[in-house]
Write a protein that binds this ligand. Structure first.
Ligand SMILES: Nc1ncnc2c1ncn2[C@@H]1O[C@H](COP(=O)(O)OP(=O)(O)O)[C@@H](O)[C@H]1O
Ligand SMILES: [Mg+2]
Length: 283
């Protein structure tokens, strides 16, 4: 829509977790390093937390993209099911042919699959997104699942990704056996003021902006306003910046300043529920 006007080859501020757009803030870079370490050291369990829209799924996707050839990944985000159902989804995602949802049968087949992957030098990873929704029972079953091992190695790495409540759950007394397995929990934090600026510039560059004339020019004021509105949450930055570019296009200006940002905020707020409540929507 406004891409041509700004000389962009694609939309820069989609809200999908597309790792091509990854901006490596200190926190996102640390998270990527933590995941890489945990998986390749075969720690068994790792956990990544953060507020809605902070970039958890994007970082996980970036990790998968980086190491895809050596990984066998199952990605689960339907976490409100009972364990049998989750196990079934895991098997399906790994491409294991299970005949019925018999738990013992599924565990045997999963074990065989894991041994084959291990022999082929592939690292098998189960990623559970929205893991803060897992019940304590399912968490306990998952802990048992991570017991599948050879004499010296964990056969399955389990990565739990979720909102900060996940930390509370893992720190509960009855979770201590599981908690002891996790080498620290990695929390992704919001972006600082300067990071918001770099974040926006990174996404514009990936979308084809060369930073010169003809492209969008965000004033310092605009960055300040975006930072204050979004609290450094990338998802909120995207929603607002997308609106801002639209406003620039409609008003035939490529210089985007604080006044236009405030107009964008009013637009969003009049169309949607307030920003605070919008965070409830899962992504
Ligand atoms: N470091 C980052 N670099 C580029 N885009 C990001 C980054 N972090 C988050 N985003 C973007 O913000 C939006 C929300 O990110 P997402 O990974 O879905 O958040 P979460 O899984 O934590 O709710 C997505 O459009 C995503 O691409
Ligand atoms: Mg997510």
């Amino acid at each position: 829509m406004y891409e041509d006007f700004f000389g962009l080859s694609e939309l820069p501020f989609n809200v999908t977790p597309d790792p091509r757009f990854l901006y490596r803030s200190t926190s996102h870079r640390d998270a990527l390093a933590y995941i890489t370490y945990g998986i390749f050291q075969r720690k068994g369990f790792i956990a990544v937390t953060g507020e809605v829209g902070v970039g958890k799924t994007t970082v996980v996707n970036a990790f998968i993209d980086l190491f895809r050839p050596s990984l066998e990944v199952a990605f689960i985000f339907s976490t409100k099911f009972p364990f049998e159902q989750i196990l079934y989804l895991v098997c399906k995602d790994f491409g294991i042919e299970v005949e019925d949802k018999n738990k013992a049968q599924m565990l045997i087949m999963l074990n065989e699959f894991l041994i084959t992957q291990y022999q082929n030098n592939r690292n098998t990873v189960l990623i559970i997104d929205e893991a803060h929704n897992l019940s304590p029972d399912v968490l306990e079953e998952l802990r048992m699942l991570s017991n599948l091992e050879t004499r010296d190695r964990k056969l399955l790495q389990i990565m739990m990704v979720g909102q900060p409540e996940l930390e509370t759950i893992l720190n509960m007394n009855e979770m201590r056996q599981l908690r002891q397995r996790i080498p620290g929990i990695c929390r992704i934090t919001t972006l600082g003021r300067d990071e918001v600026e770099q974040y926006i510039m990174t996404r514009l560059r990936v979308a084809g902006s060369n930073g010169g004339g003809g492209g969008p020019h965000f004033t310092r004021d605009a960055f300040d306003e975006i930072y204050h509105y979004s609290g450094g949450i990338p998802r909120l930055i995207n929603v607002l910046s997308d609106r801002l570019l639209l406003i620039g296009y409609v008003s035939n200006t490529r210089t985007l300043d604080g006044r236009l940002v405030r107009e964008g905020i009013r637009d969003i707020q009049s169309q949607n529920v307030p920003a605070g409540e919008r965070r409830i929507r899962p992504m």
